[in-house]
Design a protein around this ligand. Structure first.
Ligand SMILES: O=C(O)c1cnc2c(C(=O)O)cccc2c1O
Length: 464
């Protein structure tokens, strides 16, 4: 500290947002002390006596997962909700066969382009229930040396006997989560819908932003994907005196889909229209600046995992060649202030920030990458939204957390102020201001050879 200018340590509330980044192995403790959590802590018995749990995800290592539960919980009923693909089902049936307490539920997909990306834990204790919405697969690699995001709900209490069960959340969290779960049309998932109804979720302060496969129209047009986000951002929940049309939108993700031949086709069209929505009626919608954060080849090569980190960044060269316009929006993965530059991102996060990058109008933590399959594509004169994948995320709006107008961006040096009036800083996973790609920087693509410079392990990358 003697070297750096004495930055004032702002009094900022510790973590009223319950938003965490995953711990990184091998980093010194200062990195893992700031808003960080690991899977063992999430599943710890310190929260109560677990009764049963459900794990929604894309990739599972069953033995590794069981081992992350406290020994006394490993025999309890567990439901694994996975995508309805032959090889996934076969693998999970084989891996769960030795365990009598694990059931499987398929998330049916309408087409081959959809995936069950959603990552959620439902944890029922004796008289409380917790919802965990996050970005990590249930495999060891995803929790070791990456930057992932985790939102922990409060421990919701059961309604009292004489209480009328209803959604007391200020954000309709319970209603929207159950609506999303009903879309699986699965008996095992419906069991959890019935359970969720029994809990008082008045302390849930985030909005659910879910995606479920289908063509959503009429009353459903604003229920999922980027249209749900547009609806909330145009409501008075999102009122913000400070926000202006020139406030940039930032998107950060670990994969990119086919977005169309021109940026106006979807990215700077309906997608930016939704993420740039505010309750203010600006004159004809003026597009806010759009800034995208996706690792370049050098970011991957220098990461803790080396080129192998790129195995979880499935952006294909054939897709990139069809949308070279993306490069001008791209920024590097840089997180020096949190000591996480080398912890490759698998988190997905979206923000609207002030031009000086000191104020945050909203934040989204989600499983959704930058793709139409995840966020949806409008069809039929914008009368229906076509979504291919299951996704789940949460939206943080300052007003719901009692903030005057915006969240602040902390410079990492904060004291845990717990005064209600202290400003809340959002743990933005990457450094602000952003770092543009250099002229020689290329976006990582997982099907390209990188063999001229070895990575931090001395390896090269030669995709099979
Ligand atoms: O987290 C996820 O939901 C997710 C989904 N898909 C992939 C793919 C693929 O779809 O081929 C390849 C590598 C990593 C992932 C991944 O991490």
């Amino acid at each position: 500290l003697s070297k750096s200018p004495i930055t004032k340590t702002a009094r900022i509330q510790s973590n009223p947002l319950n938003m965490y980044l995953t711990k990184v192995k091998g980093m010194d403790e200062s990195v893992n002390n700031f808003c960080s959590i690991g899977i063992i802590e999430i599943l710890s018995s310190k929260w109560g006596q677990l009764q049963e749990s459900a794990q929604f995800n894309y990739m599972f290592e069953v033995e590794w997962l069981i081992d992350k539960y406290p020994p006394c919980f490993r025999h309890l009923p567990m439901l694994l909700v996975h995508q309805d693909k032959r090889e996934t089902t076969a693998q999970l049936e084989a891996e769960t066969a030795p365990y009598g307490n694990i059931d499987l539920a398929k998330a049916r997909l309408n087409d081959a382009f959809g995936t069950h990306h959603t990552k959620m834990m439902l944890l029922r204790y004796e008289d409380t229930l917790r919802v965990v919405i996050h970005t990590a697969n249930l495999i060891e690699q995803d929790w070791r040396e990456k930057t992932q995001g985790v939102w922990l709900s409060p421990l919701f209490p059961l309604f009292k006997e004489d209480e009328e069960p209803r959604d007391k959340s200020p954000t309709k969290f319970q209603t929207d989560l159950i609506l999303y779960l009903r879309s699986y049309k699965s008996k095992a998932v419906d069991h959890w819908c019935e359970l969720l109804k029994k809990y008082d979720m008045s302390e849930a302060k985030v909005f659910i932003i879910g995606s479920t496969p289908g063509r959503h129209t009429g009353a459903d047009l604003h229920k999922f994907g980027h249209m749900k986000l547009r609806k909330i951002l145009s409501s008075n929940h999102a009122t913000c005196e400070n926000v202006q049309a020139n406030w940039p939108v930032i998107g950060q993700f670990s994969s990119i889909g086919s977005l169309g031949a021109k940026s106006e086709a979807w990215l700077q069209g309906e997608f930016l229209q939704s993420l740039g929505t505010t309750p203010k009626r600006f004159t004809a919608f003026t597009k806010p600046p759009l800034k995208l954060v996706f690792p370049c080849v050098e970011d991957v090569r220098n990461s803790l995992e080396g080129y192998k980190a790129g195995g979880s960044l499935p952006y294909s060269d054939s897709t990139h060649q069809k949308q070279l316009y993306l490069t001008k929006f791209l920024h590097r993965w840089k997180s020096d202030k949190k000591g996480r530059t080398r912890a490759s991102p698998h988190i997905k996060s979206y923000f609207r920030v002030s031009p000086d990058m000191k104020q945050i109008h909203y934040a989204v933590l989600t499983s959704a990458n930058l793709s139409k399959a995840a966020w949806g594509g409008l069809e039929k004169q914008s009368s229906q939204l076509c979504i291919r994948s299951y996704e789940l995320g949460v939206l943080f709006l300052p007003k719901i957390f009692g903030q005057q107008d915006t969240f602040v961006v902390s410079d990492g040096l904060v004291v845990d102020g717990d005064g209600e009036k202290d400003p809340i800083s959002f743990p933005v996973p990457f450094d602000l201001p952003l770092t543009r790609y250099g002229d020689e920087d290329q976006p990582w693509r997982w099907d390209v050879c990188y063999k001229s410079i070895p990575d931090s392990h001395g390896d090269v990358w030669i995709p099979s």
